[in-house]
Design a binder for this molecule. Structure first.
Ligand SMILES: [Zn+2]
Length: 171
């Protein structure tokens, strides 16, 4: 019993960043422009993959330090990560990762790079438990719904099974 509790405590301590509620909807074809992004390439409209930062302000609450919406250049699939660096967070410091021109984002303070194509895991750190916080979402046409509130997973799972039942999405 005590051993079980110790094990649970260890797991809880290892889990990186304190959970935060995220509920946000955006049009992935417009969001770069809305965020004042002047780039022409490597945006979410680029068929070869891209990214967009969405920062917190008075009109929206998007995670701890804002979010990074990422479109995989190889599969075209999206991922949504919190910008907060989990390695710095463990040392009670706050830092935001920045995109590299590739499949990774790097923290300017601790220099840890995270793989965005996988699950946001660190690629050059001894701390293999420090993942970027990833948020669930679903896409309806061009509209991305990011939501980690209770009851959301059901909708997300429906979307997921729908998505994978379409053979076009499995190519
Ligand atoms: Zn860091």
């Amino acid at each position: 019993m005590i051993l079980t509790m110790v094990a649970i405590m260890t797991v809880l301590t290892a889990s990186a960043i304190k959970p935060i509620k995220v509920k946000y909807t955006c049009d992935v074809t417009q969001i770069n422009k809305e965020m004042g992004d002047k780039r022409r390439k490597w945006t979410l409209n680029d068929p070869n993959g891209g990214w967009c930062y969405v920062r917190n302000d008075s009109t929206r609450s998007v995670g701890h330090n804002g979010i990074l919406i990422y479109k995989n250049p190889y599969t075209g699939k999206f991922k949504v990560y919190d910008l907060k660096c989990p390695v710095c967070d463990k040392k009670k410091r706050n830092s935001s990762v920045r995109m590299d021109y590739s499949v990774t984002a790097t923290c300017p303070k601790c220099k840890t790079s995270f793989n965005l194509c996988g699950v946001g895991h660190p690629v050059n750190s001894m701390d293999t438990e420090a993942y970027l916080e990833a948020y669930d979402f679903w896409i309806d046409g061009n509209i991305m719904h990011i939501d980690n509130s209770p009851g959301f997973n059901q909708r997300y799972n429906l979307w997921l099974s729908d998505y994978y039942s379409n053979p076009d999405n499995l190519k």
